[in-house]
Design a protein around this ligand. Structure first.
Ligand code: SF4
Length: 344
């Protein structure tokens, strides 16, 4: 499938401006495939995907241009981090960063390192570690493989999700999960996933998608994708995230929940679960957004947020509480029988 990405309201096919690659990727099947796929794209050899000097010196205003590059290397650290939400472990997987540009993106930890998409071609090694950990455990573990990127988007470049599901489905134990903001799920529908994959579609009001989540799928497309995934018998969740407390947030999120109620299939309404996450923000986002996204809306409201160390901000406690009461009430009204995993 060709990657189409929305830029300035238009759908365009993604073609990287340049490929930065570690020499070593030539020793991996996926590395060879990607070099062949992008054989007519200019290439720059790099020592290490973690430290690309040329990128470090760029201005914030070049943020969107930088996202048009692809970085390809191997993942060297494979540390699993314990998690206590939908999954048991957060697992570093086949990519990091993204070619879309959500203004709050939690991956923008340090502009010069995390903005652009990095693909890691040593997928066999990464999946093998997950399978071994799953099989060794007494309990059924769930692994979050999508916390560093958007794997549905990445799949349109690498086919890694299809590869992952096909190579994981026959394992003795364990489940995989990942969130996405993309509707490009058609390649996943015919797979025999054996109920080992939980897909969580992230949604926001259409106004926020249009003004903040640049380059992602529209709300209508995401809801259609949920219906298709449920039909293909995947376990599917809805992640209302990140909640942004704009002036008219109650109205926006009420409309979103009503839209879901009206447009999800009956089968989806019977099966889906919810997670709700409030937005966090940082001074790095603020600096980039001011310079890279001119004419965008202001999503950082100082009067509603509070510092939580290291230049990061979260909504104040009373606002979070108000949000929690609101979402519990709305979801109980429109989705009375659906589980809410958490509201944080
Ligand atoms: S789709 Fe996800 S990973 Fe990509 S920019 Fe948006 S929040 Fe970040």
């Amino acid at each position: 499938m060709l990657v189409k990405i929305k830029m300035g309201g238009k759908e365009m096919i993604f073609k990287p401006t340049a490929i930065y690659f570690e020499k070593d990727i030539e020793n991996y099947e996926l590395g060879k495939k990607l070099l062949e796929k992008y054989k007519d794209v200019p290439k720059i050899e790099i020592e290490n995907h973690n430290n690309i000097e040329e990128m470090r010196s760029k201005e914030n205003s070049e943020f969107l241009k930088m996202k048009k590059n692809l970085i390809i290397g191997t993942r060297k650290t494979h540390k699993f981090v314990e998690n206590h939400k939908v999954s048991d472990y957060l697992v570093p997987y086949t990519s990091s960063g993204c070619i879309a540009s959500c203004m709050y993106c939690y991956l923008v930890c340090h502009y010069n390192k995390c903005a652009y998409m990095r693909l890691f071609v040593n997928r066999e090694e990464m999946l093998e570690k997950i399978i071994k950990t799953a099989n060794k455990s007494d309990k059924e573990l769930t692994f979050e493989i999508g916390s560093n990127s958007d794997l549905v988007l990445e799949n349109t470049i690498t086919n890694n999700l299809v590869w992952t599901i096909e190579n994981f489905k026959d394992t003795e134990k364990g489940k995989l999960t990942f969130p996405t903001k993309f509707a490009y799920v058609d390649d996943l529908l015919p797979l025999d996933h054996k109920h080992k994959v939980i897909i969580r579609m992230s949604v926001n009001p259409e106004y926020i998608i249009n003004h903040v989540e640049f380059g992602t799928s529209r709300l209508k497309e995401r809801v259609e994708a949920i219906n298709k995934l449920v039909e293909a018998d995947y376990e599917v969740g809805i992640l209302i995230a990140p909640v942004i407390f704009l002036e008219n947030w109650r109205e926006l999120y009420h409309e979103l929940i009503v839209y879901l109620q009206q447009n999800l299939s009956q089968k989806a309404k019977e099966k889906i679960f919810f997670e709700v996450i409030f937005m966090t923000y940082s001074y790095v986002h603020d600096a980039i957004n001011k310079e890279a996204f001119q004419n965008s809306i202001e999503i950082f409201n100082k009067s509603k947020m509070t510092g939580r160390g290291k230049g990061k901000y979260m909504y104040q406690t009373d606002i979070r509480k108000e949000g929690e009461v609101f979402f519990r009430k709305e979801l109980n009204q429109y989705f009375r029988d659906n589980k809410i995993w958490y509201i944080v």
